[in-house]
Design a protein around this ligand. Structure first.
Ligand code: AMP
Length: 280
């Protein structure tokens, strides 16, 4: 596996692949890799001649200094995991590589998608995400890029970004990988104590209850019932929204959209977790 820690050698590798007219799949990550990330790598390997993964904890998408500082980082372990997964290359850029003019985001307009949920509760988050992903796309020039539905709103933003900028890149959405307990895999789970790991597994159970309730209850009743369930846990609910998959706007009735998802953000002992489930 090729390990790139600076741009110049990566540029040469990319140029070689382009000369050979081979296809390149790209998996952007923030590291502390788990089976969810590896499922994206495997999908890319199956569909492309070469696969590259980036590992970069992007400072501009954090609105919370403690979250950024405590975000798990492990370059050696990540390298080993990627090698074992058969990844062809990994890019570990420095902050100055990605932000030569200082760690600032560009401003984006995604027709309102960026204003809901994560955009509302994490100020500037999606400007940071779109800035870094567009920079990676312009350096790596992938044919396909893989994004998990775990971060569903991010996936929608990237789909819009590709249309807005006219990038010739296919965005491939990937299903959420879960622990046996149902907890969505996340690098942040490594920070949870045993007690909170157990509490956090209730998120998926409540999301599934929503799916059952939708046959008997209105949207408002369903949200109230789910909020009650969260009150019976040690999780602090930040938001619980039923939204249309395209615009990500909260719905008021079940027949408002053909594809509806439940989205949730909670704090488990000050560690912020998100999850979602397709309801219709
Ligand atoms: P992250 O390192 O958390 O920024 O995630 C990098 C990519 O992996 C994003 O596209 C995520 O949506 C995806 N991802 C993270 N966790 C999971 C999971 N449990 N299942 C599927 N994809 C995931």
């Amino acid at each position: 596996m090729q390990i790139f820690t600076e741009r110049r050698s990566l540029d040469l590798w990319v140029a070689q692949i382009k000369t050979e007219r081979k296809s390149l799949g790209f998996v952007p990550t923030m590291g502390a890799l788990h089976a969810g990330h590896i499922s994206l790598i495997q999908a890319s390997r199956a569909q492309n001649d070469y696969t590259i993964c980036s590992v970069f904890v992007n400072p501009t998408q954090f609105d919370n200094a403690e979250d950024l500082e405590k975000y798990p980082r492990n370059m050696q372990e990540d390298t080993k995991i990627l090698k074992d997964a058969g990844c062809d290359a990994v890019f570990f850029p420095s902050v100055t590589d990605m932000y030569p003019e200082g760690a600032k985001s560009e401003k984006f307009n995604f027709r309102g998608i960026e204003k809901q949920m994560e955009g509302r509760y994490r100020k500037g988050h999606f400007d940071g995400v779109a800035t870094i992903v567009s920079r990676f796309f312009e350096i790596i020039l992938p044919d396909r890029a893989y994004f998990g539905q775990k971060d569903f709103q991010q996936l929608r933003i990237i789909q819009e970004l590709v249309v807005q900028r006219g990038y010739p890149i296919e965005i491939v959405p990937m299903p959420i990988f879960r622990e046996k307990s149902g907890l969505a895999m996340s690098s942040r789970n490594a920070r949870l104590s045993e007690k909170y790991l157990k509490e956090a597994s209730k998120i998926f159970k409540i999301l599934n209850m929503i799916k059952d309730w939708r046959n008997q209850y209105s949207v408002t009743e369903t949200i109230h019932l789910a909020e009650d369930q969260f009150r019976n846990t040690d999780l602090k609910l930040e938001y619980l929204i039923l939204a249309d998959e395209k615009k990500l706007k909260p719905i008021q009735s079940w027949d408002e959209a053909s594809d509806i998802r439940a989205f949730v953000a909670v704090f488990a002992d000050n560690i912020r977790l998100i999850d979602n489930l397709k309801i219709i």
